[in-house]
Design a protein around this ligand. Structure first.
Ligand code: DX5
Ligand code: ZN
Length: 223
């Protein structure tokens, strides 16, 4: 089911010297989806990693790669992301002059398509592209860094988005949330209507098995 409630470990918070091993361990725990943060050093200050790393990781695990591209010119990344093994590509509305065209190109390349919104970006930018979307990513921190605190103002944004999607016949579009999400505060975003919870520190900070199981326990109450 498209809007199944699940946690997406964000590999940005993983130890890159044992990335394949850590992801395999998550896979063995039953974790089927990974969140893959690509940063370009322009739209956000840091540079994380890109297609060559994704391509290597693709050989190590079978999980769904949910790529979150925090960078300018997403149109340059579509083909190379598809080739490197991305299953889904989420781009930022703030970087996109031709949002509709880019989303169409992502779908044509065989990937799922998502739009991410910075905390200050209004939901209205989605109004005429909803038919193209598999997910909307509501940034619950400002993008660029792991380990930041959840922005409480995003709770009503999630709720308003769910209402907007449902009212316009887009019940199948999933809401993903990203930033400052832990098992202990996950109920806030789930109650507001989020489906897909990205967690970097919330999984890789400490014992990832314990953290993953804590998320699963919370999510079970919403499935
Ligand atoms: C931030 C990234 C996030 C990040 C989340 O810009 O998009 O995916 O890894 O990290 P936490 O869960 O630690 O806030
Ligand atoms: Zn992300």
């Amino acid at each position: 089911m498209k809007r199944e409630k699940r946690v997406y470990p964000s590999i940005l918070s993983a130890d890159f010297t044992k990335l394949g091993q850590d992801c395999r361990e998550l896979q063995e725990m039953g974790c089927t989806h990974l969140h893959v943060d690509v940063m370009d050093g322009q739209f956000v200050p840091p540079i994380s990693f890109g297609e060559p790393v994704i391509k290597s990781l693709r050989k190590a695990v079978d999980q769904f790669f949910d790529v979150h591209y925090m960078g300018l010119h997403p149109e340059y990344r579509i083909e190379s992301m598809a080739e490197s093994g991305a299953d889904s590509l989420t781009i930022h509305a703030e970087t996109c002059v031709h949002l509709d065209r880019v989303l169409q190109a992502i779908k044509d390349a065989g990937m799922e398509a998502g739009v991410a919104l910075n905390p200050s970006t209004p939901l209205q930018v989605l109004d005429y592209v909803m038919d193209r979307l598999d997910q909307v990513l509501i940034m619950t921190v400002n993008p660029g860094y792991g380990g930041q605190s959840y922005l409480p103002a995003m709770t009503s944004k999630i709720r308003e988005l769910r209402e907007k999607l449902d009212a316009s016949g887009h019940q199948n579009v999933a809401i993903q949330v990203d930033g400052g999400i832990y098992a202990h505060n996950a109920h806030i975003v789930l109650d507001a209507g989020a489906d897909r919870l990205v967690a970097g520190s919330g999984i890789f900070g400490g014992d990832k098995r314990e953290n993953y199981e804590a998320f699963e326990k919370v999510l079970a109450g919403y499935r």
